[in-house]
Design a protein around this ligand. Structure first.
Ligand SMILES: [Zn+2]
Ligand SMILES: [Zn+2]
Length: 268
């Protein structure tokens, strides 16, 4: 199996202290053939205000410093980005993406709509289930907006709000009430030649992806990236073997990797 981790963070993200070289070492020790580093660039900040200046220097410097890992025969270190809220300002998104020799871009929705204040979902209170439904309604609409943009390669963690709604607040909600919106999202991804990712959230979310994988496959989806969303070396590649197994069981034969933003398929 060709094990890859295409969603990882380092100290160039505000919520990680990991060094890229330590993440790469952890990936090798886990038997991964590729690690793609995808630090955060959020066009909507945590409080909803638009991103001010963006500077590639720390990310590019760290990537240069990890050159040892980049030129090994049995392992590739790829340069990526997790772009949040690209749909809120597509021109700005494209401008930022053109500033680095990126292999891969995850397009994520981390925030509420700008009209609702645009706050990062991480900071919201999920105790009220009615409020959770409102948040999901808004989230699914934004996910569809994001899916139609060109400023990404793989649509990030589709089930993201459930991390907080179920994982943190203890509800048992699914995306079932939004199946029409989900179908529209997946159809848009397929029609525009993009990928979805199976994001294991450090190994905590694997089987949760089954309904989405089934629907994606029924719509003809073939491009799928795998990522742990690790913010520390101990979480690198966590749950990815199980995710690959789930893909095989759902009828997929390939995992997608990227070279300068062009997809290539590898046998699972
Ligand atoms: Zn994310
Ligand atoms: Zn992430």
């Amino acid at each position: 199996m060709y094990l890859v981790d295409y969603h990882t963070h380092t100290c160039c993200s505000p919520d990680s202290e990991a060094r890229l070289s330590d993440m790469a070492r952890a990936a090798q020790q886990a038997g991964a053939r590729e690690l793609c580093t995808t630090d955060h660039c959020d066009l909507q900040q945590a409080d909803g205000t638009p991103l001010a200046a963006w500077d590639w220097t720390p990310i590019l410097r760290q990537y240069e410093e990890a050159a040892f890992f980049r030129y090994r025969e049995d392992f590739r270190l790829q340069l990526g980005l997790e772009l949040g809220g690209g749909y809120t300002d597509p021109a700005r998104a494209e401008e930022i993406l053109s500033g680095a020799p990126l292999d891969f871009v995850i397009g994520s929705v981390h925030n509420q709509s700008p009209e609702l204040g645009g706050r990062d979902l991480f900071y919201l209170d999920y105790r009220d289930e009615a409020l959770c439904r409102q948040l999901l309604e808004d989230y699914m609409a934004n996910l569809l907006r994001q899916a139609g943009q060109s400023c990404y390669d793989s649509l990030g963690h589709i089930i993201y709000p459930l991390r907080y709604i179920n994982g943190r607040a203890g509800h048992h909600m699914t995306l079932d009430p939004w199946e029409d919106q989900l179908e529209a999202v997946l159809r848009t991804v397929v029609e525009t030649g993009h990928a979805i990712e199976v994001n294991t959230h450090g190994g905590r979310e694997v089987t949760d992806w089954l309904p989405i994988l089934r629907r994606y496959r029924a719509l003809g989806g073939e491009l799928i990236t795998l990522g742990s969303d690790a913010h520390r070396p101990a979480h690198v590649a966590k749950g990815l073997e199980q995710a690959a197994q789930l893909l095989r069981e759902t009828g997929f034969r390939w995992v997608t990797v990227y070279r300068r933003r062009e997809p290539e398929q590898r046998r699972l």
